[in-house]
Unconditional design. Sequence first.
Lengths: 269, 269
Amino acid sequence: MVERRRITGFSNPTVKFMRALREKKHRRRERRFLAEGLRLLTDARENGQFPELLAMATGREPHPLLDALEDAVLAAGGEVVEMEPDILAKVTGKDNPQSVAGVFLEPATELDAIAREAAPIWLVAQALRDPGNLGTMLRTGDAVGAGGLILIDDCADPFSVEAVRASMGAIFTQRIATARWEEFLPWLRQGPGQLVAASLRDPTDYRTADYEAPCFLMVGNESQGLPEAYEAACDLRVRIPMLGRADSLNAAIAGAVLAYAALAKMPTS
Amino acid sequence: MVERRRITGFSNPTVKFMRALREKKHRRRERRFLAEGLRLLTDARENGQFPELLAMATGREPHPLLDALEDAVLAAGGEVVEMEPDILAKVTGKDNPQSVAGVFLEPATELDAIAREAAPIWLVAQALRDPGNLGTMLRTGDAVGAGGLILIDDCADPFSVEAVRASMGAIFTQRIATARWEEFLPWLRQGPGQLVAASLRDPTDYRTADYEAPCFLMVGNESQGLPEAYEAACDLRVRIPMLGRADSLNAAIAGAVLAYAALAKMPTS
């Protein structure tokens, strides 16, 4: 049994470093993010992604997945530390502390990191502000076999603790790119790619529409929806039935309804 | 122009009463809930539901919808008060205060309040803990023409400020019932009703399954999913494709994917 570095003080620099990653400005500066909980870190490990730094609570219950995680981190050259549960709780910001947290390098998020022909479906979100919605879109993307999520204009941070948690591990399987619309559209037009949005102005049934891979399914901001110019730039606009008094769905819901409709039209499904 | 009662102190009983409705125990005791914002209150008004008590910020911008709201509340015998913006912000719990908030009577939530044949689709959630998910399911229910949402076992409170907000007005159009499973199942079997859940154990394609009205679409708890016995009690179990590494969707997403699939099979669609 290897001895681990044990952290006993709240003012320890490692504790401060990890805690700071709860804030976007520190994540941007460090290019690193936090993921918490054995399930999420196991998802990462099984996808071949290991934290640079793994913090475990002292006095934790032994668990074979914890052992596997620790071994994998050390084998990958990472560091493993132990913290008192109340210190780890301060890092994770949770009353009911997770037994484990890890620091990961942020992946590249340039559009050029997107291999558009590697997947039949890509999700695109414009000015999506809610990190829970963003994480849920990543999770849905994983489920439909999408390649990733492209974030247009000012979106919530996909590497926030809330988005990472809501992604249920999909943060480690989905590619993420961020771009302004003015960058995204020319990039899209450089190669194959059908841009699709839900619209109230078009009678095309979302179920029977001709989705074509690689299909880029775009949803808009939670309160404003998509700007008209963005909708107009789409190759396909489809109508999702709205039988009630509201004229829109939650953005993550709309993305999922489109994604499952598109999936049904893909040769692989 | 009628003079309104103006509230200038944080310790005013009306302020305390409204603030207390942010907490579940007070909502239960008072059988009342809060809804905030002109859009939400206008949704209520257009659906024929008026707050008993309407609080508006002093110094607000005039707005025809505010005037219509005020007129409707007074015509229905309700009270209208004015508060300083910082007092109203304390009621709504928001830094960026909404210009208006209302107190509504909670509707009856017994199963007997559900007229099952009034709608082709009903959503059912079991032990749903996240008020945002709950509100999103109400919103989706409105969109698919569902009759309402039945909450099984210990769910988040549908009348919490978060759920009301996420419902985007559907709290005023969807029926809500709460019941234990042991009450729900006998009630369901007293009349027509097809109970449906997504399942990994069944090969029936969710798109082509034989949904029948009144169709009760059930989703489970965010982390546990549905108990096996509940799944076994269903008339129809359908498979939603899961192509990634995760084995489940967000509960509100799963409900929406099922609801749109069922809607496509309904004679009305």
